[in-house]
Design a protein around this ligand. Structure first.
Ligand code: ARG
Length: 610
């Protein structure tokens, strides 16, 4: 009934929300056959476990008073198995009390497997997720932080929901700018940039990583390029050599890519972002597909020559001059750029990778670009919207303390690693003060590890807990606070659950595999509230799979931690006895596992102590 077996052998559990919706839906259909299929509008309630608000909406349609509708529907609700009691209140709300048996059945079913009763709703869907996408020889900035953190959370969540996820790191690894950089590097062999040559001692972080060093060399190259025409000529010749595949030039370029990847990998490792080199398919990966893409579009009449360039003119978007906006397929000089690469990329993802769904985690400023790419791909017949869903999943900016886009004092881009260091330092203070206040002894190594987990978790949680498209202020003090909707609060809640279970184990108490519902002692309000919240986990994940908003999971975990706090204050665990203690241990255990799983799906550590 409430359980169905899935291929993987895991048990999927229909949530109480679903069971109530079904039960009330049946009652509505029985009372008003013409209204069958109407949403019973099951919502949280202050007076009972849940309330159904449908009578008010139905009243108009059936020409009766809401109270009359409520009475008619109530008479047809099957009371007993799931619904224990129904009360009509106010103008016609139905207050619903669930049976203890129904509540407890959910706890036992969700405890039973590693999946916590979450059905693989995305099974059979191949999802290509394009995220992170930093540019080689350049420092990763806060925009890349958001793409990496949100993209990775979605990759983890969709994988957990059974989707076949293909991670793609669209590195910016090709372009004429590299000709200049390679030429400069060649002429200045004394300047270090490989990770084996540089040390992380530079205070401003100038040479703290290979990409910072390369960034510096690029700026130096640019300066010479602008003032020394002879160097400019040599640099231009290098661009030609690079594009022509000159072996020595390519060798240096490969080295630059490799060293940059090394620096990105350090950031990913620290952030716990599950991208590896195997997921890298940078712009250069598509180089030998570009001629074919241009030819295909031109032959199909989708790309046209305009002013010597080959462009796709949009049929949907016009610019300020009322002219159609153009996607650049081939520049007048015959070169290809970002637009062409993205056309080749979407074609490859559909034809080569067999994507059912393609997600582009790129900041909202590139919305027009993706709109044009998707339109061109549809017109070219590569993207059939009936079969494949291509989505730009945009996000807002990270703002500095002044509420403006985050910049260093000198106006430069803020180094991601420096931000992470700041957050970890703030977390260290918070965690140390917390330990001192409690009088617990924590050795320095343990403290360092906890601060790292808390600091990184704080940054990621702050990024994930707001609606994606909103900008947010990078405020280290707020992010690392123990109170409020923060990563640290959730991690701390987890440690409290671990600590209850640890103390139970010290007394020889284990959580029994099966706990019968304690018939003689009804579930208390705080237990019911926590169970109902636990039961919603799968539904929340299913929502994230649809609207791609990880903040729903973040908000859910916060709610779960608060429901746990209420439970913890009202329902003693270790000081209770018999089946009540067993059931409370089972609730704590399921809450801990749900919170740890949820944090892991957000890519956030769940420490055992803090
Ligand atoms: N490298 C780009 C940037 O830094 C992001 C790449 C996004 N992905 C894509 N397929 N265009 O803005």
């Amino acid at each position: 009934m409430s359980e169905t077996s899935t291929e993987s052998g895991a048990t999927a559990v229909a949530s109480l929300q679903t069971q109530l919706t079904d039960a009330l839906g049946d009652a509505i259909a029985a009372a008003y056959p013409a209204q069958s299929g109407a949403d019973p509008l099951i919502r949280p309630s202050d007076h009972a476990d849940r309330q159904a608000n449908a009578a008010l909406a139905l009243a108009k349609k059936v020409g009766a008073s809401p109270r009359e509708v409520a009475t008619n529907v109530t008479e047809r609700i099957a009371v007993g198995d799931v619904v224990g009691q129904v009360e009509i209140s106010g103008p016609g709300f139905l207050n619903l009390t669930l049976t203890d048996a129904a509540l407890w059945r959910q706890v036992e079913a969700r405890r039973a497997g590693a999946r916590l009763g979450v059905p693989p709703v995305a099974a059979g869907v191949r999802t290509v997720i394009d995220y992170s996408g930093p540019n080689i020889a350049k420092e990763m900035h806060v925009g890349h932080l958001r793409s990496s953190v949100i993209g990775d959370a979605l990759a983890r969540i969709l994988t957990f929901l059974g989707s076949d996820v293909v991670r793609q790191n669209h590195l910016g690894d090709w372009g004429t700018q590299f000709g200049m950089l390679i030429q400069y590097i060649d002429e200045h062999p004394e300047k270090p940039w490989r990770h084996t040559e540089i040390t992380a001692t530079d205070a401003d972080g100038e040479n703290a990583s290979t990409v910072s060093a390369l960034d510096g060399l690029y700026k130096a190259a640019r300066a010479v390029f602008d003032t020394d025409p002879e160097f400019a000529d040599r640099a231009r010749a290098r661009v030609v050599a690079l594009q022509a595949g000159d072996e020595a030039t390519l060798a240096t370029w490969r080295d630059i890519v490799k060293e940059s990847q090394y620096a990105f990998d350090e950031v990913y490792a620290r952030l716990g972002v599950q991208l590896t080199e195997a997921d890298s398919a940078g712009e250069s990966f598509y180089n030998d597909m570009l001629d074919g893409v241009a030819a295909e579009l031109e032959e199909a009449g989708i790309a046209v020559v305009s002013d010597g360039a080959l462009v796709v003119l949009s049929e949907e978007v016009t610019g300020p001059d009322d002219e159609p906006v153009a996607l650049m397929v081939r520049k007048r000089d015959g070169g290809y750029g970002y637009d062409t690469t993205d056309l080749a990329t979407i074609r490859y993802r559909i034809r080569g990778l067999g994507a059912d769904r393609i997600l582009y985690l790129v900041d909202s400023r590139q919305a027009l670009h993706f709109r044009l790419v998707f339109e061109a791909a549809r017109r070219a017949g590569w993207l059939d919207p009936e079969r494949v869903q291509a989505l730009h999943v945009p996000f807002g900016s990270v703002l500095g303390p002044d509420g403006k886009p985050f910049k260093t004092r000198s106006g430069g881009t803020v180094r991601l690693m420096n931000l992470l260091d700041d957050a970890v330092a703030a977390a260290l203070t918070v965690v140390r003060e917390g330990a001192e206040a409690k009088g617990t002894e924590v050795d320095d190594d343990a403290l360092t590890l906890i601060a790292e987990q808390a600091g990184i978790g704080a940054v990621k949680y702050a990024d994930l807990s707001g609606s994606r498209v909103k900008d947010y202020v990078f405020d280290v003090a707020r992010m690392t606070a123990f109170n409020g909707n923060t990563g640290v609060y959730l991690q701390y809640a987890h440690t409290r659950m671990v600590s209850i279970l640890r103390r139970a184990a010290e007394r020889g108490l284990t959580v029994p595999e099966h706990v019968p519902a304690a018939v003689e002692t009804p579930l208390e309000a705080a237990e019911r509230g926590l169970i109902l919240t636990l039961d919603a986990f799968a539904d929340v994940l299913a929502e994230v799979a649809v609207d791609l908003e990880p903040h729903r999971l973040a908000g859910y975990l916060y709610e779960l931690s608060r429901a746990f706090t209420d439970f913890y204050e009202a329902c003693p665990v270790l000081a209770s006895e018999g089946t009540v203690r067993d059931r409370r241990l089972a609730i704590v255990d399921l809450t801990r596992r749900t919170l740890a799983t949820g944090l892991d799906l957000l890519g956030i550590a769940a420490p055992e102590r803090m």
